[in-house]
Design a binder for this molecule. Structure first.
Ligand SMILES: Cc1cc2nc3c(=O)[nH]c(=O)nc-3n(C[C@H](O)[C@H](O)[C@H](O)COP(=O)(O)OP(=O)(O)OC[C@H]3O[C@@H](n4cnc5c(N)ncnc54)[C@H](O)[C@@H]3O)c2cc1C
Length: 502
């Protein structure tokens, strides 16, 4: 009886188990096609193959015919070398592109199967009387700051980091946090351009103004810049003021502070923890100290920046660390980081301070230019779109950009709040797809507010969004085709977006 009962149990269990297997096999066969394909988890990590170039996104690995570094000063030797390279490329039907730090994130400085050229020269001469300097187009801001600082001068407008090339900065028409200026192109007086047909032109607002406006923010498609004349300003000793406010109130405070006229550098931040995402804002404004004598030499990446970078990285997938970081910036920062500092020291920050050192992830930037009157609506849009994505946002910095009514591909037809976002992205197919989806949505919402997005980042915008955000893009393409009928100067930005237009 007992045996029979055990046997019965065993039999029932065996039957259940066996039945389970049968159902499992049947269900597996029926449903396996509905599971997410494993290809979505495929890594997009770059292979670093010989004969390829990548950019700061680490997602743009592209074959090039060759990559040449040219160290020559501005002048005849450099021009002759460039012309020879251009002639060879034209004869062979290959594209040419000049790049600098290749920090643009959509292959904007990579010519597929073409001749990639990098200048390596920091030559610079100041004209203190005219507050200008003549500079090699390949000079990096770290080199420029070093020379200007020794003469009591400072770049008028540059990005927030010092790694980038000066001609590259003009070609993306970058902006930074010196105020109350517009993009960097506004500070360029003239430049020499080797046109795609090999002719050398001096270009300024008076000489070939249409080429000036095409090259400013024109992503290197008008030809090679081989010399530049750029404005500078006196270096200053500055002191910061920190103010907190609700995020939706930020724009009027910020624009009001800048319009008051005594602010030299300014930026804002919003909190990024998911629970109270974008509810709080912090505004940091730097004004001149009374004592401007004996300025110390420009430093780089102080202890505060290094400590802040560690707290910054701890935020990855960690909501508590996001709160700590916000406390660090908004409460501790004003207490320990409120001392005087020179303008040049603030500008002299290398990108590497922020590096995460994780080979499976990459930092991706976005930037949106929002009319100040619509900033609160932009906050609403971001609250709806970003926390519901799979993307991990680590930072947003807010800046002021005065209007640019010169460049054909202008992103600031009126004053704008520039909203620079940093995401840490997993380097997989699914993360890339989700990032594209989120970016398209953010762009759409920003366009609806009368703003636009920045072009040097990932090529995730749709072509119709490019047309809406840059209404003169067809004019840009037509002018480029007239200047470069053979399409000699090309890069991935042209191939992805512009070749099919016009
Ligand atoms: C960490 C980080 C921070 C950033 N911060 C800011 C910021 O604060 N503000 C901002 O506006 N942008 C910012 N950017 C974007 C940045 O300004 C652009 O990506 C810029 O192009 C980077 O300079 P680069 O030297 O890497 O240029 P590259 O990517 O090498 O080149 C940019 C473009 O310039 C062209 N070019 C370069 N040199 C020449 C030349 N001599 N003749 C003709 N064409 C040329 C190239 O063909 C290319 O189209 C940031 C990017 C990163 C990755």
């Amino acid at each position: 009886m007992a045996y029979g009962s055990i046997r019965g149990q065993l039999t029932r269990r065996a039957a259940l188990f066996g039945g389970g297997v049968a159902v499992g096999v049947y269900a597996g066969a029926k449903l396996s096609s509905k599971l997410p394909p494993l290809v979505a988890t495929r890594s997009l990590q770059a292979k670093g193959s010989v004969g390829t170039l990548n950019d700061a996104s680490l997602l743009s690995e592209t074959p090039v015919f060759k990559h040449i570094v040219m160290p020559e000063n501005q002048g005849e030797t450099l021009i002759a070398k460039l012309r020879a390279e251009m002639d060879e490329a034209r004869t062979e039907g290959r594209p040419v592109n000049i790049g600098a730090a290749r920090h643009s994130m959509g292959g904007h400085a990579i010519p597929e199967n073409g001749h990639a050229i990098t200048f390596d020269n920091g030559n610079l001469e100041t004209d203190v009387g005219n507050l200008t300097y003549r500079v090699h187009p390949g000079a990096r801001w770290s080199q420029i700051i070093a020379t200007l600082d020794s003469q009591g001068m400072s770049p008028k407008v540059m990005q927030s980091n010092n790694d980038f090339g000066v001609a590259a900065t003009f070609c993306v028409n970058a902006h930074g946090w010196p105020v109350p200026h517009g993009p960097m192109g506004a500070t360029v007086k003239s430049f020499f351009l080797l046109r795609p047909d090999g002719e050398l032109l001096r270009v300024s607002r008076d000489e070939f103004p249409e080429i000036f406006n095409l090259t400013m923010g024109g992503y290197g498609l008008a030809g090679a810049i081989i010399d530049m004349e750029v404005e500078m300003v006196p270096n200053k000793r500055l002191v910061p003021t920190f103010q907190q406010m609700p995020a939706r109130d930020f724009a009027p405070f910020f624009v009001g502070a800048i319009e008051a006229g005594d602010v030299n550098m300014a930026y804002g931040r919003l909190n990024v923890d998911r629970e109270t995402f974008f509810e709080d804002a912090l505004m940091i404004t730097y004004r001149e100290e009374g004592d401007q004598l004996a300025l110390p030499a420009a430093s780089t990446s102080g202890a505060m920046s290094q400590a802040a970078a560690r707290v910054f990285r701890a935020q990855l997938m960690n909501e508590t660390a996001k709160d700590v970081r916000w406390w660090f910036e908004s409460s501790l920062g004003p207490r320990i980081g409120a001392g005087e500092v020179t303008r040049n020291s603030l500008l002299n920050e290398p990108v590497v301070t922020l590096d995460d050192g994780d080979p499976t992830r990459t930092d991706i930037l976005h930037e949106y230019f929002v009319p100040p009157a619509r900033f609160a609506d932009f906050v609403d849009a971001c609250q709806e779109v970003i926390p519901s994505s799979y993307q991990e946002m680590l930072n947003i910095t807010l800046r002021y950009v005065a209007p640019d009514r010169e460049s054909v591909l202008s992103y600031a037809p009126g004053p704008r709040i520039a909203c620079v976002m940093l995401f840490s992205q997993e380097m997989t197919v699914r993360a890339e797809a989700d990032h594209r989806r989120m970016t398209e949505e953010l762009i759409e919402r920003t366009l609806d507010l009368g703003g636009t997005y920045y072009l040097p980042y990932r090529p995730h915008a749709r072509v119709d969004q490019l047309r809406r955000g840059y209404p003169r893009v067809e004019e840009f393409v037509a002018a480029k085709r007239e200047l470069d009928p053979d399409g000699l100067f090309r890069n991935m930005f042209w191939d992805t977006y512009l070749e099919g237009l016009g």
